[in-house]
Design a protein. Structure first.
Ligand code: AMP
Length: 910
């Protein structure tokens, strides 16, 4: 009976009086299923021998648990003794799991029926010693197994046997689904790596992974999925955006309300479509409101000054919701005077617009060279970024004006005075007195054979001109007209003249004079050069000697095939320049006895194996936390060399902002690299978890640390090539340290690196244009990457250039686009970034400049610094606006009196 007085079935044996007992109880066949290791929980009572009167030394207080694996149930004869007749021979091939004894756990049961298996206490109560013992059985490999219990003379009652295995249950983490997973069955504590599958409407951002621990717990979540375009995360799933909302980018952001003048009637909209009559320009992001073409310009005025007209107008009353309104000016000339009166023809080609007739952003244009005695009509159209989509004529405003008569052509026949291979001298006479005095003459000319390609113009204040810059042996056509206070006269009759042939002779009398002058100048120059040469050779000898000496002193060395300039102090030595690169590991690292290392848990996954955290004990020193990078089994010699290469590089650096190498394990397996442990992990993920929670001083302090580490590396002559927040590690005091060394290997490992057109792997968003285009890696290209790291830090780990494709990033950088200042980023820090992103790498700051600038910023106190700092890097407000592609606001800044960056930095929101 159990504790509630219910009958229970037990298997009992109590042959304590007779010696030589060997009683077996064998279970039925238990299928193994997915288990690699099973747990057997046995509940039993065991009578203590001292409680049985007259019992001798034959009484036992233990029994054995055994098992036997097989692919099918064993026949009863081998597997079990029949219940009625005890087996005479013990079953064969059972392996012992353990000898089981009663433990000290005692359960007091008051009203329990008397039974041989219960111990009698001194008080006369019966006490049930119901023991529960759990044993592990495995690793199992066959399809199933039998369990067996062997009694050698104890008084036992077996109450229950429960056989089970543990698994990590199917779960959803970071929007990825992980299936049921059974832990490893072997005795090592290694974890099972499980790759998750993104849920419906989610996509992979970083490969989602979990590790299944031996006890069926999920550990170390890595990577993540994010909701796709049109879907947002809710209750651990990705749900479609509601109608009226949209989501244009994949990521863990919420759906947004449709921008003005757009809607999304269906759910899961990636973008909201524009209402009727509203449009988005091709360059508008999906987040932009829909807009429409502008209304017509207003208040068009025309004035005339000599042969120049000035048009002026006011901006449209309705710019269509956009700020990119531009204007186009059309011109028609309707013949004045007697000939062709009333006939109009386009005149854009005959007059000159200043600055131009198309794409005007200002509301003013000057039109030069209008003809006298003509009627002009001008039309000003207003356009914006969506006018092209609107499929209707832009709104426009017209105005007409008549110019005063200036008389007919006042220029008579043109004659050629002389011609050389590249010049022609012309002169002409006035045939008629003009109505007002002649201001100057305009000479139009072109190559006769290429009439339609281009016209050229020159002006002259006299009745003659030398037109130069011509091509030899070419026929040119010339027209001349006069400009008077009341407009331009008509063009003269055209004249055709040819330049001289390519022969050495020059045309005209000036030719021989020119030859003589050139000869004289040439002779004199030769004399000067010879004299200088004789004077200098003595000095040169001395200079070359000095140079040779200093060259010898230099230890020039190779870095990835390029000689890098000599650096002050210690120089970095590339392990690849060793005949045997593993020698570099011996030279620069310390071999650690693996017995001093204790691995605690997996913290990340590197290209070569797991990264774990653990402790390192050193004799006479305190234990320190370390990160342990392991090289997984089955590696090739090349992989081992590449893996250890990083240690060979890291071991050369000793700086508080460079990750410290503790040592390597190369003489035993697994091969390991041991580095100091950085509690806050990599900078990018750290920042993402801290959004808005760090002070400006903390952020700038972190940047200073990175700059200091990089200044040290560049002084050593080391070029990092993959400087990015993900390759910076942060400790508990927020000290940032540069990590991930190994050049080409690092790039192979970096998930951000992608192949360029020449098949090289490069992290495009972080890399300077010259390094992408022709592999010109240098400390200056590291400075560019540093600017990007600054941006990542100031934007709390935002992805540089957001969701733009790599190709778009390259193109926009080429066109002059640069990342704007992150929200809340002080202007001077953004200027510093822009300084790092200068196209000409010689103009970028050195790391020591960056360091001293940041020091100055920190010391001046960041809040007041806005007033107190000068701006060593940017020259004018105009340059700054150009660099952030805001040139169109130059006039606004100047008009409002913001002419220096000091004044810009003091500007308020209003
Ligand atoms: P790695 O292969 O060096 O990129 O390392 C993979 C990941 O392991 C990193 O992203 C870090 O999260 C982590 N890790 C590497 N080194 C350390 C370290 N010294 N301290 C703490 N975490 C580290």
């Amino acid at each position: 009976m159990d504790e509630r007085n219910r009958p229970i079935h037990t298997f009992q044996v109590c042959q304590v009086m007779e010696g030589h007992q060997n009683n077996w109880l064998v279970s039925e066949w238990v299928p193994r299923r997915a288990a690699q290791k099973v747990f057997v929980e046995v509940r039993f009572t065991l009578r203590d021998c001292s409680s049985i009167p007259w019992v001798g030394g034959t009484c036992k207080e233990t029994f054995n648990l055994l098992y036997r694996e097989s692919d099918a149930p064993l026949p009863p004869s081998t597997s079990a003794s029949s219940s009625s007749t005890p087996a005479t021979r013990p079953p064969a091939h059972f392996a012992k799991v353990d000898t089981i004894a009663a433990d000290l756990f005692i359960s007091l049961v008051d009203t329990i029926a008397a039974d041989q298996s219960f111990t009698q206490t001194d008080l006369g109560d019966r006490v049930l010693r119901l023991n529960t013992e759990v044993r592990q059985v495995g690793p199992l490999t066959r399809k199933g197994f039998h369990l067996a219990f062997q009694d050698l003379g104890a008084c036992i009652a077996l109450v229950s046997v429960r056989v089970f295995y543990k698994k990590c249950p199917s779960t959803v983490r970071n929007l990825a689904l992980f299936p049921d997973t059974v832990p490893r069955g072997d005795t090592s504590s290694s974890l099972v790596e499980v790759r998750g599958r993104c849920l419906e409407h989610a996509e992979e951002r970083e490969e989602p992974k979990l590790y299944c621990g031996v006890d069926g717990d999920w550990l170390v979540p890595l990577g993540r999925c994010v909701c796709s375009i049109g879907y947002e995360e809710a209750h651990g799933r990705c749900l479609g955006c509601n109608p009226g909302f949209y989501k244009a980018f994949a990521g863990n952001i919420k759906c947004s309300k449709c921008p003005p003048h757009s809607s999304s009637p269906a759910p899961s909209a990636p973008v909201c479509s524009c209402d009727r009559g509203y449009y988005r320009a091709p360059s508008d992001p999906p987040t932009a409101a829909c807009t429409r073409p502008p209304s017509a310009p207003r208040d068009l005025l025309v004035s005339i000054n000599g042969s120049t007209l000035f048009l002026e107008w006011a901006a449209p009353a309705d710019p269509g919701g956009r700020r990119d309104v531009t204007y186009v000016v059309h011109c028609w000339r309707c013949g004045g005077g007697a000939e062709g009166a009333g006939q109009c023809e386009p005149c854009e080609d005959d007059v000159h617009f200043l600055p131009r007739p198309l794409g005007l952003s200002s509301t003013r244009v000057a039109i030069q060279d209008v003809l006298a005695n003509s009627n002009y009509t001008f039309q000003v159209e207003a356009l914006n970024g969506v006018s092209a989509q609107a499929n209707r004529r832009p709104a426009a405003l017209n105005i007409s004006i008549s110019t005063a008569p200036a008389g007919a052509s006042v220029v008579g026949l043109i004659s050629r005075d002389w011609a050389s291979q590249t010049s022609i001298a012309l002169s002409w006479q006035e045939v008629e007195q003009p109505p007002s005095p002649i201001l100057d003459y305009e000479i139009k000319y072109y190559e006769k054979e290429q009439k339609h390609l281009s016209y050229s113009y020159v002006r002259s204040h006299t009745a003659g001109v030398v037109v130069s810059g011509l091509r030899p042996s070419t026929l040119y056509v010339f027209h001349v007209r006069a400009r008077t206070a009341s407009g331009l006269s008509s063009f003269s009759v055209p004249a055709e003249f040819s330049t001289a042939d390519k022969s050495p002779e020059l045309g005209g009398p000036q030719g021989s004079v020119l030859v003589m002058v050139l000869a004289a100048v040439g002779g004199f120059s030769l004399l000067v050069i010879l004299t200088l040469f004789l004077l200098i050779t003595g000095r040169c000898q001395w200079w070359m000697n000095t140079k040779m000496k200093s060259k010898e002193q230099r230890r020039s060395h190779y870095q990835n095939g390029h000689v890098v300039p000599f650096a002050r102090g210690k120089t970095y030595v590339d392990p690849d320049t060793y005949e045997d690169p593993t020698q570099a590991v011996h030279d620069f690292t310390m071999e650690i006895d693996p017995a001093r290392i204790r691995i605690e848990r997996v913290i990340g996954a590197g290209e070569f194996g797991e990264v774990c955290s653990g402790r390192l004990c050193s004799p006479g020193k305190q234990e320190v936390g370390v990160a342990i990078k392991t090289l997984k089994g089955g590696y090739t010699e090349g992989q081992r060399r590449d893996f250890l290469r990083e240690a060979g590089i890291m071991g050369q650096f000793h700086h508080p902002n460079i990750i410290r190498l503790e040592g390597v394990v190369t003489k035993s397996r697994p091969v390991m690299i041991i580095v100091e442990f950085m509690q806050n992990g990599s900078l990018d993920s750290f920042l993402r978890g801290q959004e808005g929670r760090l002070t400006l001083v903390q952020l700038v302090g972190m940047l200073r640390g990175i700059a200091s580490g990089m200044a040290y590396l560049s002084d050593m002559g080391y070029v990092h090539r993959d400087l990015a927040a993900r390759n910076i590690l942060v400790d508990e005091a927020l000290v940032c340290k540069v990590s991930d060394f190994g050049l080409s290997r690092v790039l192979e490992d970096d998930p951000e690196a992608s192949y360029t057109s020449v098949g090289e792997k490069i992290p495009i968003r972080w890399t300077a244009p010259e390094a992408i285009a022709y592999r010109k890696f240098s400390s200056a290209s590291d400075a560019w990457s540093y600017g990007i790291v600054m941006w990542e830090v100031m934007s709390y780990g935002e992805r540089p250039y957001w969701e733009m494709s790599n190709q778009d990033v390259i193109l926009s950088i080429e066109e002059g686009y640069r990342l704007p200042a992150p929200v809340g980023c002080p202007l001077e820090l953004h200027q510093l970034m822009l300084h790092c992103w200068q196209r000409d790498r010689r103009l970028r700051p050195h790391f020591c400049d960056l360091l001293s600038f940041l020091d100055k910023l920190i010391h001046n106190g960041l809040s007041e610094s806005v007033e107190s700092l000068d701006y060593p890097f940017f020259i004018s407000v105009g340059d700054w606006l150009d660099s952030i592609k805001m040139s169109q606001y130059k006039n606004n800044f100047i008009a409002a009196g913001y002419t220096t960056l000091d004044s810009v930095s003091a500007m308020s929101i209003e």
